[in-house]
Design a protein around this ligand. Structure first.
Ligand SMILES: Nc1nc2c(c(=O)[nH]1)N[C@H]1C(S)=C(S)[C@@H](COP(=O)(O)O)O[C@H]1N2
Ligand SMILES: [Mo]
Length: 335
């Protein structure tokens, strides 16, 4: 295969890996399996292309061109993302690199690689990609996809045959931790939030709808006993099932008109949800029959079954209904 075709294939497969990786993070219900499988296949397609790409790399390294250092950095970052991804999916449970687990190394190196990749493509813009797509290219593409599929099946088979931790992953790719033992469930923040100290006596939950503004104390909320057993599935790579108790969100909102509601945390963190989801969601004040711990969101947190962990806003102080569409927000929190 020619160099330009190899480069184009590598670029396409890496773009595919980024897109499916982001999709796998965004979704939490049944069809999340497909982005996760596609993501694994994209990574394994990179492995398949490695022998061809390494020929190009060897030639490139021999020439002292501008952008050479960036190309090396990019190579290291992509190999790191690849290795940590494969390790996480096979032996990954509990694998740590100092403060980071394999999933964090995986996502971190991939995010760092993005700007470097753009620069790399720009600095090599002289060699335009091939524009024709022959029958042979079609067969090659099919071969690459089939090869990636086979490698994927082989990897999952190896997980099972060797009883590797990877065999026990949920369809999202996450590992179980601390189910029905809230103290054993990890305390996680999305990016830079810190656990706030909230006084039960002065805390209030403000609910704003078109019919007005309602203020709840912790005592008044604690009398509700709506219950959901649901899986908190963090994109950091773990999931945990707990029995959550509190008040169904549609009870707080009432029969209000509007398109969506936004939930705000004492820390400033927030997410927006479609109004129709309220009846399936909880403002939880207890987990496993006990009040929430500070780390898990005391005094009140969102329980959003079927959504990944970053939707489960902790330390809730305000819920507001309005007419904006629910997707009127960054797909992932920015803080
Ligand atoms: N206010 C606030 N809520 C938050 C977060 C955050 O950073 N700030 N992180 C979310 C993420 S990413 C996850 S996985 C869950 C973790 O909940 P836990 O710490 O109770 O396990 O909380 C979510 N709620
Ligand atoms: Mo998370």
């Amino acid at each position: 295969m020619g160099g330009r075709r190899t480069n184009l294939a590598v670029a396409a497969v890496l773009v595919g890996a980024v897109v499916t990786g982001a999709a796998a993070f965004a979704v939490g219900t049944g069809w999340a399996r497909w982005p996760v499988v596609a993501h694994g296949m994209a990574g394994l397609a990179v492995v398949i292309l490695t022998p061809w790409k390494s020929l190009i790399v060897r030639r490139g390294l021999a020439r002292k061109r501008p952008g050479r250092a960036a190309s090396i950095v990019l190579g290291v970052l992509v190999l790191t993302a690849l290795a940590s991804g494969i390790l996480f999916a096979t032996v990954g449970r509990g694998l740590r690199y100092g403060p980071l687990n394999a999933m964090q190394v995986h996502v971190g190196s991939a995010l760092l690689a993005l700007p470097v990749a753009l620069y790399h493509v720009w600095s090599r813009r002289g060699s335009a990609p091939p524009t024709d797509f022959s029958r042979r290219d079609f067969l090659r593409t099919g071969g690459l996809a089939a090869g990636a599929g086979l490698l994927y099946v082989a990897t999952e088979g190896l997980n099972r045959a060797l009883s590797l931790p990877g065999a026990d992953r949920r369809f999202t790719g996450s590992y179980e931790k601390g189910s029905f033992v809230p103290q054993a469930m990890p305390v996680t923040q999305w990016l830079n939030d810190a656990v706030p100290r909230i006084e039960a006596a002065t805390w209030r939950l403000v609910v704003v709808t078109s019919s007005g503004r309602q203020t709840w104390t912790l005592d008044s909320l604690s009398s509700f006993t709506d219950e959901i057993t649901a899986i908190l599935d963090c994109t950091g790579g773990w999931h945990s099932t707990q029995r959550w108790e509190g008040v169904r969100l549609d009870r707080l909102i009432g029969p209000d008109g509007g398109a969506s509601f936004v939930v705000r945390s004492a820390t400033g963190y927030r997410r927006r949800y479609p109004l129709g989801d309220a009846s399936a969601m909880l403002v939880a004040v207890r987990v496993g029959g006990e009040p929430l711990s500070a780390g898990h969101g005391f005094p009140a947190r969102i329980v959003a079954p079927g959504r990944r962990g970053f939707w489960w806003v902790k330390w809730v102080t305000e819920i507001e209904v309005d007419d904006r569409p629910w997707w009127w927000q960054s797909p992932f929190p920015l803080t």
